[in-house]
Design a protein around this ligand. Structure first.
Ligand code: UD2
Length: 323
């Protein structure tokens, strides 16, 4: 199957991952239908796509079944990136997280069945593992989420598998590990790298929640896109894959690295209390994706950070001296 010949629906197309995916797929020559309700997404993220002849955009919500049926015309593949994405926000608003992530995903699956969609690739999360002590995380290990967000992603994975087994729909879930890169927004509910870059730009100290010994397997967006293309081209269905860099970094080391790369070491670090619902360590075993999907991450965290900072400076005309 060649993805460039396909008609693809991207949910959450104006969000961080959805918009990066949309632009890449357009470059490949695919036809894209993008949807977003602008809860997290921003039209600005779709700048270069909006005038593209192969791109159609519809504002709407995945919880609206009739909206989905209307726009599901000859869709071959769905990349389901629309989500309630923030762990701390899910702790404040568990019902909203449940509604968007679980009910929205179920709606999408039902609409896909009705319209004979070939394949759905679902954006899951390493949050499904929770804080179980064994590292690195392998797909078959126990999953004990510790936030409503984690519960919602785990439930959606189960729905992906059930729709594969019961209705014969082709589904794949990709468990993303802390994705970062261009178009990630600096907001209190965004990923830490985008927040810290915002602090660097404003010449503020970087704020670490906790002692900075927690670690994450930060994964560059371009590697996540690679995984999504491979997942669409693979014939397997009902499967789940970890998608990470496979190399964890402590938050304190990440903060120091970001300050060093931007020549802003003088800004320093401030420690705030730990965040409730935070996982301590997260680290992906990506051998299944390497073996079956032929996934091969190309960016170390340092390379990813450089690429991201360079994009940011060009886009927003900031003059950071990147090392
Ligand atoms: C990220 C994703 C989530 C999910 C998860 C997978 C975002 C917003 N969230 O959640 O969708 O896929 O990964 O595990 O992308 N931190 C600070 N200072 C800050 C902000 C955060 O120290 O200003 C810490 C935070 O306490 C945590 C770590 O940085 O220990 C990562 O936080 P995050 O919000 O970037 O990502 P996470 O792992 O909660």
């Amino acid at each position: 199957m060649k993805i460039k010949d396909k008609r693809i629906l991207v949910t959450g197309a104006a969000g961080f991952i959805g918009s990066n995916l949309t632009h890449y797929l357009l470059e490949l020559g695919a036809n894209i239908v993008g949807i977003d309700n602008f809860f997290n997404g921003r039209l600005e993220n779709l700048d270069e796509a909006l005038n593209h002849k192969n791109f159609q955009f519809h504002k709407g919500d995945i919880r609206d079944f009739n909206f989905l049926l209307d726009i599901f015309k000859d869709i071959d593949i769905i990349y389901h990136e629309a989500a309630f994405t923030s762990v701390p926000q899910s702790i404040k608003m568990p019902e909203s997280c449940n509604d968007v992530n679980i009910n929205g995903t179920l709606n999408l699956l039902n609409a896909s069945r009705k319209r004979d969609v070939e394949k759905i690739i679902f954006a899951s999360s390493s949050a499904v593992y929770g804080d179980t002590p064994t590292l690195p995380k392998k797909e078959e290990m126990s999953r004990i989420p510790i936030s409503p967000y984690g519960v919602s992603k785990l439930t959606c994975e189960s729905y992906m598998q059930v729709f594969h087994h019961v209705y014969g729909l082709n589904t794949i879930s990709l468990r993303y590990f802390n994705v970062f890169g261009p178009k990630q927004q600096d907001s209190p509910y965004s990923g830490v790298i985008a927040i810290w870059l915002g602090q660097i730009i404003k010449n503020e100290s970087l704020i670490i929640f906790g002692d900075g010994n927690q670690s994450r397997d930060f994964t560059y967006i371009k590697d996540v896109i690679q995984a999504n293309i491979l997942a669409a081209e693979n014939k397997l269905s009902g499967e789940i894959f970890n998608i990470g860099a496979g190399s964890p970094i402590k938050l304190l080391d990440l903060a120091k690295l970001m300050l060093k790369l931007t020549n802003k070491e003088e800004l320093g670090i401030i420690y705030d209390p730990p965040r409730p619902g935070d996982i301590i360590h997260s680290f992906a075993d990506i051998s299944k994706a390497i073996e079956i999907l032929k996934f091969q991450p190309k960016y170390t965290q340092e390379q990813g950070l450089r690429d991201y900072f360079q994009w940011f400076c060009k886009k927003y005309k900031f003059d950071l001296k990147i090392k």
